[in-house]
Design a binder for this molecule. Sequence first.
Ligand code: HEC
Ligand code: HEC
Length: 304
Amino acid sequence: MKELKILFIIAVLVGITYWGIEPYAHSKMHPHHEPATFAYADLKAPALKGDPQKGAQAIMNNGCTGCHSIKSQNIPAPMDPVTASASYGVNPPDLSNIGAVVDQKFLAAFIKDPVKAFKLSHKFGDNKPFPMPNFFGSDQDLADIVAYLVSIAPKEISPKEAFETACGRCHNLRYDDWTVIGEKPKFKNDVEKADFELKLAKYEANLKKYLGTTPPDLSMFIRSRGHEYIRDFVEDPQKLLHGTAMPRVGLTREATEKVIAYLEKVGDRKKEKRDSLGVWVLLYFVIFSVLAYLWKQKIWREVH
Ligand code: HEC
Ligand code: HEC
């Protein structure tokens, strides 16, 4: 009887901790927010259907390649990243893979009015103009440009490419030798290394001036923030960090999952090992329980 009472008290205490305190602490540390839908419901879908061939011309006529490279189409960057950051604050992304990561509706809305789509009107306006101009061409030209960007994008891109296209101009990922000015090369000597570090420092200074803050290296963020937070943050940064300078970059759900898969691979290299270790730990407990049970049986048999 006494044992039952003790068991009951323990069960109640565990219950309070489990259903009372833990969820309360959790809700304080991670306030509830709506999970990401990737619908971009505040933006209007373009009414017209685009023609990719005409889009190839329109993208030239509208000056996009004056700032952006499209390397897969042999259109080189007009400037190196550091020079570009001196002019624009950030290196305009290469457009080869944009159509594979950015939602089509978002893409059209962004080209038409970048600040609105990025949700950065609290940062950019008349006294601080956004570096990329609004598009004043016809709606047909706009639809053609989007169709073109989608048509040149590869059907399948790697998690790493998704990260580089969507986040790589602002975030370092030192654990995988990614920097905001590109892949860190293998240096032949100290001079090369110092030269690279100087370029990186100049770019980062320009980026800081542009955004008002230095975007963090994301190597460890998968551990400190976790999968769900990063997914919901990418879909709408303002929702989780009101007033932040991080733009809403308009990724599709699939592309976001790709980016996160890459962050997991880089930031949590031991994860696979840990997961496979779990099976062995469980197996150990099973074998141990069986042995303990047999041993108990044996002892009691001798006692009786
Ligand atoms: C004067 C330079 C300039 C011109 C011209 C320009 N862009 Fe940009 N573009 C930028 C910069 C700078 C960024 C990055 C801004 C940032 O991340 O804060 C950018 C970002 C983008 C992005 C990324 C959007 C995202 O969701 O991350 C796309 C797509 C894009 N531009 C397409 C175009 C197209 C299409 C044109 C032509 C109609 C064009 N740009 C013209 C400078 C320019
Ligand atoms: C135009 C630059 C820019 C781009 C592009 C960009 N970010 Fe950011 N990001 C920022 C800035 C600036 C901050 C710092 C925000 C702050 O502290 O207010 C930030 C912060 C973050 C944080 C930390 C949030 C926190 O809770 O502290 C994460 C995670 C993040 N970004 C992920 C991404 C991912 C993933 C991508 C690509 C899909 C991306 N960012 C693209 C500028 C950018």
